[in-house]
Design a protein around this ligand. Structure first.
Ligand code: SF4
Length: 374
């Protein structure tokens, strides 16, 4: 096994020559910026994160700006990054840091791990990168590098293997230049020791790597087989009033918690259920319905088959009193609210259709698809 000192030295030499040193969060490095970047980078690639990070920083340049923002705006800026609980946790953590520490980010593992959304590896990254403390990270990239280097055959998502990897990661963490080391090991995993087709020919650890010498790079790391995920089907109701679409806020807990979505019915479109839902929501008895192209969205634990149905009617103003969790979203002047990606897609399609199709064609299309008129 390669000695810790040798590993650190080789890794830092490689980093000095090839590491990434001008990512937005590496410039003007503060605990706040490092924290935001680390949360955004969970399960998300650097190239995807960069524009989100920059927009986020423009609107929330410090923890006070984030703590005093409305959750809708935070989710709006997060929309498209997925795993929305990360954004809600960021917001909660910002409030907590302002209330408890007067806005000063904690600089120790215990207090950091008290904050919503911060686990041991993220806390380690913040301490190492922002505070130059010899703390350890073990994210997906690091697990892959270490398991290949040390030829660990056991599944990396097994508890015992994870403990073993933590031991190695702690042993390898240096006291000096720990910020560069942390960035370097993540960079190595992201740019050379990649999931498929690792670039071993240019890797500084080729001579020390068990996976390379035993031709196991395509096998390691191993994982316990994950179960195949099920498919759910839902009908999304798009109530349209002129250029406005009716949206409801999802409960804080559960899928798309705190985001704005369309009313939905479980299962494929069913005439009676749509009639009932339209009556319950708006007392509608007379409306036209248009079936839009269904599409699939995949969550980590299931696929969602979405059937959008466009419903247009005369909405009596007395029946559309807005509650705080319900809005008419103006397609022409969109509000800054958090919208899940599939809802953004549906709204964009409706907006594009109403702006690209001549009026006469729109009318005939609507008539052709009219399924319910009472
Ligand atoms: Fe990864 Fe290949 Fe380097 Fe081993 S030699 S650490 S498999 S890139």
């Amino acid at each position: 096994m390669i000695a810790a000192r040798t590993f650190q030295k080789k890794l830092l030499t490689w980093f000095d020559a090839h590491g990434r040193k001008s990512l937005p969060w590496q410039i003007n490095k503060t605990p706040y910026r490092v924290w935001i970047s680390e949360i955004m980078l969970q399960q998300t690639q650097v190239a995807t994160v960069i524009p989100y990070f920059e927009k986020f920083m423009q609107r929330f340049p410090d923890i006070f700006a984030l703590a005093t923002a409305h959750e809708d705006e935070v989710l709006h800026l997060w929309a498209g990054l997925g795993y929305y609980s990360r954004a809600r946790n960021l917001h909660r953590a910002a409030k907590y840091v302002v209330e408890t520490y007067e806005g000063h980010f904690p600089d120790n593992l215990t207090d950091l791990m008290q904050l919503p959304g911060i686990g041991q590896s993220t806390a380690g990254a913040i301490l190492a990168i922002a505070f130059q403390q010899p703390a350890t990270i073990l994210d997906g990239n690091v697990k892959r590098v270490l398991s290949r280097l040390h030829g660990i055959l056991e599944p990396i998502n097994d508890k015992n293997t994870e403990e073993k990897l933590w031991e190695i990661a702690v042993k390898f963490t240096p006291k000096n230049r720990v910020d560069d080391y942390t960035q370097a090991i993540m960079d190595l995993g992201a740019t050379l020791c990649t999931r498929s087709k690792p670039r071993c020919q240019t890797c500084p650890f080729q001579q020390n790597c068990t996976a390379f010498s035993q031709q196991l790079t395509h096998i390691l790391p191993t994982k316990k087989a994950s179960k195949t995920i099920p498919t759910r089907t839902a009908t999304f109701l798009i109530f349209k009033k002129n250029s406005q679409i009716f949206l409801q806020k999802k409960p804080a807990q559960g899928i798309w918690g705190g985001l704005w979505s369309l009313p939905e019915i479980a299962g494929e479109p069913d005439k009676k259920s749509i009639q009932l839902a339209s009556f319950q929501q708006f007392k509608l008895t007379n409306f036209t319905m248009q079936t839009l192209a269904p599409f699939r969205h995949t969550f980590s634990h299931y696929h969602l088959e979405i059937h959008p149905i466009l419903i247009e009617a005369h909405f009596s103003s007395a029946k559309i009193m807005e509650a705080s969790e319900q809005i008419w979203y103006n397609l022409a002047k969109p509000q800054s609210i958090g919208l899940p990606k599939p809802i953004q897609t549906i709204l964009q399609r409706i907006y594009d259709a109403s702006h690209s199709m001549p009026k006469t064609q729109q009318a005939s299309s609507r008539t052709r698809h009219t399924a319910i008129t009472r």
